[in-house]
Design a protein around this ligand. Structure first.
Ligand SMILES: *Cc1c(COP(=O)(O)O)cnc(C)c1O
Length: 223
């Protein structure tokens, strides 16, 4: 079942990319495995899936040693006091939502003797529970990037509102894509990733330029 779901999603990502006149391999899949057992993750990995997303530090630290060959992504809100637990192995942190958090990641990356790949999360839904940076805050972090020598700034991440109204979702993804384009003016090497789109809205995200989609339930079933 997981293998069939993966095949179907991967075909769909290629089709949506093609429909937007982008290369068929321009969208990468992060399989969101939060709350799912290791058996499901191993099955997906055996089917060729390399990238897995989790939203809790504890799950990451439990699952990573059971499959160190995979690339583990942190996609959920990250508390500063927990950065140290994932710093040695995390492949990409999608959810950098403050400069204080970034400072902590930089510090723990140095301790771990590596650079950590990060995306700046931008608040595009403007819901009550604010998730992410304003464009101006993100811009000032990038201007000040020399203060973070152990961070690889890889791009941006955003989450659209939970709504059936696809025009709202489309306009929020378009906004994020526009911020991403404006930030190309910093000419940062490797600043190439735009993480947006989940099971319910990834075709819209791809049409608006997503390079990474974070898909859980369409692969592993409902949580
Ligand atoms: C859970 C989650 C996803 C995946 O959601 P699905 O609807 O299961 O595809 C993507 N991004 C984030 C940040 C999540 O927390």
């Amino acid at each position: 079942m997981i293998q069939e779901n993966l095949d179907r999603i991967l075909a769909s990502l290629a089709k949506e990319a093609k429909a937007s006149e982008r290369p068929v391999d321009s969208v990468q899949l992060v399989a969101v495995s939060k709350t799912k057992p290791m058996s499901a993750i191993l099955e997906a990995h055996a089917a060729g899936q390399l990238d897995f997303g989790e939203n809790r530090v504890q799950e990451l630290t439990e699952k990573h040693p059971q499959l160190p060959a995979a690339r583990w992504h942190m996609i959920g809100r990250l508390q500063r006091n927990k950065v140290k637990y994932i710093a040695p192995f995390i492949h990409l942190i999608h959810s950098v939502d403050s400069e204080r958090l970034l400072k902590e990641i930089n510090k723990e990356a140095e301790k771990a003797g590596r650079r950590i790949n990060c995306l700046l999360q931008i608040d595009i839904s403007h819901e009550d529970q604010k998730a992410g940076l304003e464009e101006a805050e993100a811009s000032s972090i990038l201007e000040n990037r020399s203060a973070f020598p152990h961070i690889n700034f890889k791009g941006l991440m955003g989450m659209a509102s939970f709504t059936e109204d696809t025009s709202v979702v489309q306009s929020q993804f378009a906004q994020l894509s526009a911020v991403f384009k404006r930030f190309q003016a910093f000419e940062l090497e490797g600043f190439t990733e735009l993480s947006m789109g989940m099971s319910g809205d990834y075709p819209i995200a791809i049409a608006e330029g997503a390079t990474l989609v974070r898909i859980g339930s369409a692969i592993f079933g409902h949580r």
